[in-house]
Each structure stands twice: as C-alpha cells, then as structure tokens.
Design a protein. Structure first.
Length: 443
C-alpha cells in the first residue's frame, strides 16, 4: 500500500484532496492530510475510506518527521519557504516530494543526492508555474520537431473573477494569497524583446503594459513578471529574440493600482504606528503632500498626472476617501492596505473566480511564418471549489497518481517540462475541463 501525505489543507488543496481521496477507493493507497486545523482537514476528507486527518504544527520537527517517515510520497501545500525544510526531511527518509511552488536554490543544492537516492522531487507542478510550462513545451517541442524556429514567446496568466461576479469597479477579488497580491511585482522585472534586454523597476512596472485579448472575454492588462530571462534555458529557447512571462489583470486595474505603488502604500519595509482612531481618508492623506487648503482628492489629482474618473471611482469604492476607521493602525503600509482590501475584495459564497492564461508565439518554418494564440479559460464553481484551487491542485494530484501507477518513470529533481510528464498530465487535465484553445494565423 502506498501512503500519500499532504502537508497543508488550505483553500487551494480542495481539488487535490478530493482527487487523491477518491483514488484511495480503487487503488491500494491511503491518504493522510496534515494541517494545523484538524477540523478543517477532517471536513475536507469527508470520511472517505483509507483517508485520515492529522493535526500538525509544521514547526514541530519530531511530529513532522514522524509523518514523513511513514509516507511514500509527500505533497507540500505549505508556504514556499517551508518546502526546503520538508524536502530535506524527505531526502533523509527516502520519500518522494511534490510541490506547486518554484524550484528554489536550496532545492537545487539537493539535486545530486536526490538522484543518488533514486527519488523524484517534482516542483512547479501547479498553475503558474505548472500548466504554463506543460502547455508551452507541448507547442515548443512540436514546432522544433517540424524544423520550425520560435522567434517570439509571450505567456500571461491571471487569477481573476468570472464575468458574472465582477460586481465592483476593480473587477477583482482575492482568489489567492492577499499578501502576494499586494506585494506582486516588487523588485525588478527582466525580459527580452526583439533582441533588446529590458529591466523594469517596480515603480515603472504598472506603466509597462500589453493588452491581451481573450475571445468572448474582452481586454486584459498584462505586466511582466520578475524574471522571464531564466526561462529561455528552461524552455530550450536560448537564442529567442522575445521572451516575456507576465501577469493578467482586467483592463484598467493596473492604472489604478499604480496609484498605490507611486504613493508608497505597497511598501513593506517599515512600520507605521498610527493613532487608534485613524480613518481610511487619513491613511491615504498620510502619503500625500501637506496643503492647508486642498482636499485629499485635489492633492491626489495634482500629484498623479493621469488621474481620471475610473481611477477615482476605484479608490472611492474602497472607502479611501471616507471616514471609516482603519481595520488596524500598526504595521507596514502594505499590511494596512491589505487589511483594507481583504474587507472589500472578499469572495462571497456565490462568487465564481476565473483563471485565464494565454501563450503567444511567433514561429518561422519551412512553410512560412505563423502566429499561435493558445488560450485557457477555467471558471470556478463557487468560493470553495475555485478555478484557482482546481488549476493548482489537480496537476499535482494527477502527477502523483501517474507516478504511483508507474506511468511517470523518472527520478531526480524536475519541473514538468519533459514529455514524460506533460503529455499524460495534459491529457488527464483535459478530462477535467482544463484545456487550451489554439488559434493559428498564417503569414
């Protein structure tokens, strides 16, 4: 009997748990879900056969290692900084390791020992990273097999709202970690365009947009992710002239969000200690110049050259021009802004989220030039069974299922860019409604 251990049973784990729990009914397996919240983990398992919930404080090394030691495969759904700790335990006890997070430098330091022990450590097997790698490599390898040259590759992904749930001016609510949303893009983004290296500092990021269109859904803003250059090697496109990986928001979102960036309200580097009765308006005003006569709205308009009604409407909707009290008054500007947004951008039970992903290729080959637009749209069922949870959790669940069934015969440290992984995984994802539509324009 194979034992699968899932560490962390949060919101993004629901499809992962459901899939693997169901597999335990027909295959010689058992599933353990370990979480600090035992009641939540128990409810997610729904009393299915061969499943068990365990309470675990991940920082309790003795308990954590005891659970890992009795497992054959560990899936870490913990915060990314915890993955290397869990991976080291897996390496020590000879247990296979899977995660949806980026492969870290610490993980790469274990590469030779992972190989020596004949283990499979598979990272970046979720949505972005994950489905993006697999779907892109399918197109890239097919083009190479035809003797075609890939001149340009752009890839964008976003976790947004389904159109029927876009009930606020931002057309946005939190569908994943709010802190990551508030801090998104900090640092310098790097990409290459028409052979020119481009570096975009954070204060310019939300001015550097590309309009991305999805048939039937309209326009989205795409802004570059932190590092697109490293993926030239990962995708085998070292000589490509254009390589951009980016994030999607609804058209108009980035222009308004840029106000917070320019004012410094996304800064997480210092702590504020405001009076207990500070209002949202006063919080906004604390980032504006002093003027004894001008209103907050006037000062903001004078400071921001392209301040227009859509921006005003979005900021006003958040209550930042009003006199409601701040949710809390101590913390970094980013944490206080996050608390404000969590109240306003909360998913209600009936809300549906939406994942959108698009690859844009320019390819030259023996038959001439062509452009490929490959688009994924996945809509959630409700605020529990979200598209985000589905696209993050199902690739991991399917990968573990295929591995335990002997259909992925690999060892070592990997991400899902190999045909042995992505071909069967994409085929199974399509059976669950996760698939791309391709449009090809010749000439």
């Amino acid at each position: 009997m194979h034992t699968i251990l899932i560490l962390g049973g949060g919101k993004s784990a629901i499809f992962l748990i459901d899939f693997l729990a169901k597999s335990c009914q027909s295959k010689d397996r058992r599933l353990i879900v370990a979480d600090i919240d035992l009641d939540s983990a128990t409810k997610k398992l729904k009393n299915q056969p061969n499943t068990q919930a365990r309470q675990l404080d991940i920082e309790d090394a003795k308990s954590r290692q005891s659970l890992i030691r009795e497992s054959d495969v560990v899936i870490s759904m913990l915060p990314a900084f915890m993955h290397p700790i869990v991976a080291k335990d897996c390496l020590h006890f000879g247990v296979h390791f899977f995660s949806a997070s980026y492969e870290s430098g610490e993980m790469r330091e274990m590469k030779s020992e992972i190989e020596a022990k004949g283990l499979l450590f598979l990272n970046e097997c979720g949505l972005d990273p994950g489905i993006d790698h697999m779907s892109a490599m399918q197109i890239i390898n097919l083009a190479k097999s035809k003797g075609e040259e890939i001149l340009s590759f752009k890839s964008y992904c976003g976790g947004l709202l389904a159109p029927e749930s876009e009930d606020n001016p931002w057309k946005y609510k939190f569908t994943w970690n709010p802190r990551n949303v508030v801090l998104a893009g900090q640092g310098t983004s790097r990409y290459i365009e028409n052979g020119d290296l481009k570096f975009v500092p954070y204060h310019q990021l939300f001015n550097r947009l590309q309009t991305i269109q999805f048939p039937g859904l309209g326009d989205f803003d795409g802004y570059p992710n932190r590092d697109s250059l490293g993926y030239r090697r990962v995708y085998g496109l070292e000589k490509i002239g254009t390589m951009i990986r980016g994030t999607l928001r609804r058209s108009g979102f980035c222009k308004a969000w840029n106000i917070f960036v320019q004012l410094g309200m996304c800064d997480d580097s210092f702590q504020m200690n405001l009076p207990e009765n500070t209002t949202l308006r006063q919080f906004l005003n604390s980032f504006l110049p002093y003027d004894p006569e001008l209103s907050v709205e006037e000062k903001l308009g004078n400071l921001i050259p392209d301040f227009d009604f859509p921006i005003w409407e979005k900021i006003q909707w958040l209550g930042l021009f009003g006199n409601d009290l701040l949710p809390h008054t101590k913390g970094s500007p980013a944490s206080i802004l996050q608390a404000i947004l969590e109240k306003n951008w909360k998913l209600y039970p009936e809300d549906k989220d939406m994942i959108v992903m698009q690859h844009l290729f320019e390819i030259n080959g023996p038959d001439g030039a062509k452009e490929i637009r490959s688009s994924l749209v996945c809509v959630g069922e409700d605020s529990t069974y979200t598209a985000m949870a589905k696209t993050v959790g199902l690739p991991l669940a399917i990968a573990v299922d295929l591995f335990l069934d002997g259909k992925i015969n690999l060892t070592g440290l990997h991400i899902p860019v190999l045909p042995e992984i992505y071909i069967p995984l994409l085929a199974e994802l399509e059976n669950h409604g996760i698939f791309f539509r391709e449009e090809v324009r010749v000439g």
